[in-house]
Design a protein around this ligand. Structure first.
Ligand SMILES: C[S@@+](CC[C@H](N)C(=O)[O-])C[C@H]1O[C@@H](n2cnc3c(N)ncnc32)[C@H](O)[C@@H]1O
Length: 231
């Protein structure tokens, strides 16, 4: 949790669809005077724990690590599960122009918030699983995908769909970055193998709530036709 980065008054700028967002109170949580983005996460996480997959936005150290290898800022960068935009800000800090950012967020409240915070970015309120059929970069290949998706709470089939769609949008040599609170890569080995991918842990951040690792996932080889079906 990064308090320094969460001072924006989200509730004043974007009204969510749920009663919690309209009232600004849930079980008296507003009385705790937590930063607005932490409150937003708590509320969204309580209303949809599996979908949101966290009770607080990622901290700045994790945001720096997950964006640390993004060097070519002239290519589109796709961010999956952008939430309140912690990783988005780190991408801007690395010099990625806002207009090159494609932010994909399934939660309608977070999607509205992202549109108001990053008006030049392409914000799409949709599930990351749609990437297979829908090209958010309109013909340009993305250089990187940065994912804040809660893969540990997703079924394997959905993880497979998301990875397959993401690599369809990535240029040759492009990489997919994923963080996890778990001890292993959150993409099961069988999926990596079937899609011809490999994963490498690029770092661990103790200064995050909870501590998290980041994995770089990239193509190891071309997937064989025999292995294209899963589960
Ligand atoms: C763990 S939060 C991470 C948010 C932000 N990236 C951060 O690190 O603070 C996961 C985010 O993924 C979004 N999400 C969950 N499933 C999704 C899906 N299938 N497609 C797009 N976004 C999704 C949630 O709404 C939530 O904003």
């Amino acid at each position: 949790m990064d308090f320094a980065r969460t001072q924006h008054s989200t509730r004043q700028r974007v009204r969510g669809p749920g009663s919690w967002a309209r009232s600004g109170r849930l079980f008296g949580l507003s009385a705790l005077k937590l930063p607005a983005d932490v409150m937003t996460f708590l509320r969204a996480g309580l209303s949809d724990p599996r979908g949101v997959g966290a009770v607080a936005p990622s901290g700045r150290a994790l945001a720096r690590l997950i964006t640390s290898e993004i060097v070519d800022t002239s290519e589109p960068v796709i961010e999956l599960g952008a939430g309140t935009g912690v990783f988005t800000r780190a991408l801007l800090d690395r010099g990625v122009p806002e207009r090159q950012l494609v932010l994909i967020e399934a939660h309608p409240y977070f999607a509205s918030l992202l549109k108001s915070r990053f008006p030049a970015a392409r914000v799409l309120a949709m599930g990351a699983g749609e990437l297979r059929r829908f090209d958010p970069c309109e013909g340009s290949a993305a250089g990187s995908v940065v994912s804040g998706l809660p893969l540990l709470s997703m079924p394997r089939r959905e993880i497979m769909r998301i990875l397959r769609g993401s690599f369809r949008r990535l240029r040759s040599g492009g990489a997919f970055y994923q963080f996890t609170y778990g001890p292993l890569c959150p993409v099961p080995g069988v999926i990596l193998k079937r899609l011809g991918l490999r994963a490498k842990r690029i770092g661990w951040v103790a200064n995050n709530l909870p501590p998290a690792s980041v994995y770089r996932i990239e193509r190891a080889r071309r997937p064989s036709a025999r292995r294209r079906r899963v589960n």
